[in-house]
Structures are given as structure tokens and as C-alpha cells.
Write a protein that binds this ligand. Structure first.
Ligand code: 5GP
Length: 192
């Protein structure tokens, strides 16, 4: 799942995680924790050196620099659960989604379902970021600029959810998951 900062994606993920029929892949990041964020639940917060060491050890399925900080998805988390047939939810930016789309691993490509959450408009985003109260004015400006750039990439995604209320977004996201489970290629029926 991708969405610009402030599109309500974090709240959406938190809600989805409460009645989870999937695993949420906790990413690594070099940014500092926000108040209330929990290590190992929201992110693994790493120093630049620790992040770099993991890049060198080839531990990331993808990683990218977002808003001036590094973020990366750990291969181990994704593979471990997908191999058991458990869905894995990634909350990643448009660069990360593009990297996964162009990865050459057929296992990952087969599992991939990319969903873009489109916020109503930039003004609403600005309000949501201000309400969140966790970013400085400078950070909000950077996030809004990046949001505009990210929103232009919605067509790269298989699905786009036009963000409404939290309940609507959850229902739409769940419909996507349900439909993807009905894909013939994902079923193994033994009719012999
Ligand atoms: P935030 O700092 O607000 O938690 O996240 C900033 C951005 O980083 C969001 O767009 C989020 O989707 C993205 N992000 C979080 N984890 C990852 C990751 O592992 N990889 C990539 N490429 N982006 C991520």
C-alpha cells in the first residue's frame, strides 16, 4: 500500500491490523520515533550505520530515501510469511512499490497487489498533517511537496482507492484483498 503522508494510511493500517488476517511488515528506518511509536511495531529505528550494514548484507527487499530518511522492507519478514501462505501488508512509498514491481523474483511478483490511497486533495492533506501535530512546519512543507509528486504516480498501481472516511477506506481495501483471493491462479483446486 502506498499513500502520501497524511492520507490517513497509518490510521488505516492500524485499523486493519486490529482484525488482521495478514501480517504487517515492520520496516526499518533511520528517522527518529514519533511520540507513541513503538519499536518493532511501527518501525525498527536504526542508525545510518546500522541501516547501511543491512544494505550491504542484502537484507532488504527494497529500500528508498523518503523525506530525507532511509526506509527499507526486510526480505526475511516478507518471505517467511508468504511462504506459509499468509498475506503480508507493506506500507511503502512509490519508489519502494516501483522497486518491488520491477523485482525479478516470480514468487514476489505473483504475490504482489499494489494499492494506492489517493487523498481527497492537497488542502485536506495539509490539514491532516497539521492536526497530527508531529511534524515541524518545514517537515510539513517537504511532505506536501513529496505528496504532490507521489500522487502523480497513482496510475502505476493496479488499484487506487479514493480516500473517504476511515470506514470506507477499510471496506474498499478489504474488497480488494477479497477479490485478489478469488483469482483463479491463486486457487489450488483438486478436481481430479
Ligand atoms: P513516515 O515517516 O510518515 O512513517 O513514512 C514516510 C513514508 O515512508 C511513507 O510514505 C511510508 O509509506 C514510507 N515507508 C515506510 N516504510 C517504508 C519502506 O520500508 N520502504 C519504503 N520504500 N517506504 C517506506
Amino acid at each position: 500500500m502506498s499513500a502520501p503522508s497524511g492520507a490517513g494510511k497509518t490510521t488505516l493500517c492500524r485499523n486493519l491490523r486490529q482484525q488482521a488476517d495478514f501480517i504487517y511488515a515492520v520496516s526499518c528506518t533511520t528517522r527518529t520515533p514519533r511520540p507513541g511509536e513503538i519499536v518493532g511495531e511501527d518501525y525498527y529505528f536504526l542508525s545510518e550505520e546500522e541501516f547501511q550494514a543491512r544494505i550491504e548484507d542484502d537484507e532488504f527487499l527494497e529500500y528508498a530515501e523518503v523525506h530525507g530518511r532511509k526506509y527499507g522492507t526486510l526480505k526475511a519478514t516478507v518471505f517467511e510469511h508468504l511462504k506459509k501462505g499468509v498475506d503480508v501488508l507493506l506500507d511503502i512509498d512509490t519508489q519502494g512499490a516501483a522497486a518491488i514491481r520491477s523485482c525479478r523474483d516470480p514468487f514476489i511478483l505473483d504475490a504482489l497487489v499494489d494499492v494506492f490511497i489517493m487523498p481527497p486533495n492537497i488542502e485536506e492533506l495539509r490539514h491532516r498533517l497539521l492536526r497530527r501535530g508531529s511534524d515541524s512546519e518545514e517537515q510539513i512543507a517537504v511532505r506536501l511537496k513529496n505528496a504532490q509528486r507521489e500522487m502523480l504516480r497513482w496510475k502505476e498501481y493496479k488499484y487506487t482507492i479514493l480516500s473517504g472516511s476511515m470506514e470506507e477506506d477499510i471496506a474498499k481495501f478489504r474488497s480488494v484483498m477479497r477479490a485478489e483471493h478469488y483469482l483463479s491462479r491463486r486457487l489450488s483446486l483438486d478436481l481430479a
